[in-house]
Design a protein around this ligand. Structure first.
Ligand code: IPE
Ligand code: IPE
Ligand code: MG
Length: 247
């Protein structure tokens, strides 16, 4: 079996359209209104609903939303715990409507530092929506791309099943029959960041190798379906070359 390096880097199947969003600006949105930061996060959850509803009609098959970075644990404990409660409430409230709309929900990131109530809400939502085929919605909670990569590499090395160097990363290691941890990480086609900053903040570093980047100053709670449509329209006009020359 020969490995084609040009095909290895990203999925180009037009039926698979993966959009990832760094939902930033909740705190500033609240601050401008003289509200406490958690009020901004609650408004952010309403924006999530709008964006999730709009995604399938824009051709999006996978939507990954950055809800909490591992570094966000460095915020005041009151804000962190307000976020944890908000996530659990969101999952409890949305589980059924998501299932009814054919949305499959998955949570990525560490779970061992989450409160038990949130872990339960996650498991329930994941199993209630497991049959969804209209959209895969991935929520990144206590997520760090570096941590995920570090763990995958450590696990591969420890198990000895996927010795690094026998196959290009992201392809199935040959002859071992072992699943490649990197293969489970879907390439991002379009990365959106709201809130004006232009950085990755440890989100999907591996998966964004060839992502198109789109930034807006709009604060996340103000984001509408029209903003998402504008990002997608922009994406459709881009020439993705993957290292080749234009067709
Ligand atoms: C993004 O909004 C949500 C989380 C990081 C949990 P922020 O809370 O970072 O909002 P700003 O950047 O302070 O405005
Ligand atoms: C990134 O936003 C994390 C999420 C949106 C969940 P931050 O607001 O935490 O990122 P920095 O600190 O500005 O890089
Ligand atoms: Mg921020």
């Amino acid at each position: 079996v020969s490995m084609n390096f040009a095909e290895q880097s990203t999925s180009q199947d037009p039926a698979l359209f993966h959009v990832a969003v760094i939902m930033d600006g909740n705190g500033r949105w609240a601050g401008r209104r003289g509200l406490p930061r958690p009020a901004g996060h609650r408004a952010g959850a309403r924006a999530v609903r709008r964006i999730v509803e709009a995604a399938p009609s824009l051709g999006i098959s996978t939507l990954t939303l950055y809800a909490l970075s591992s570094d966000n644990f460095n915020r005041p404990p009151t804000e962190v715990s307000a976020l944890m409660r908000l996530f659990a409430e969101y999952l409890e409230r949305e589980r059924r409507p998501l299932a009814e709309r054919g949305v499959r929900l998955q949570v990525i990131g560490r779970r061992d530092r989450l409160p038990a109530a949130l872990r339960t809400a996650i498991t329930r939502a994941e199993s209630a929506t497991a049959e969804g085929r209209a959209l895969t919605l991935r929520l990144a909670i206590d997520y760090s791309a570096r941590d995920e990569i570090r763990r995958a590499v450590a696990a591969s090395v420890a198990s000895g099943t996927a010795p690094l160097g026998t196959a290009p990363l992201g392809t199935a290691p040959l002859g071992t029959g072992a699943p490649d941890p990197f293969a489970a990480w879907p390439d991002v086609d379009l990365l959106v960041r709201t809130g004006g900053e232009q950085r990755l903040s440890d989100f999907l570093l591996w998966e964004c190798a060839y992502a198109e980047l789109w930034f807006t100053d709009r604060l996340w709670p103000d984001v509408t379906a029209q903003d998402l449509a504008a990002a997608v329209a922009d994406f459709r006009r881009r020439d993705r070359r993957f290292g080749r020359i234009s067709a």
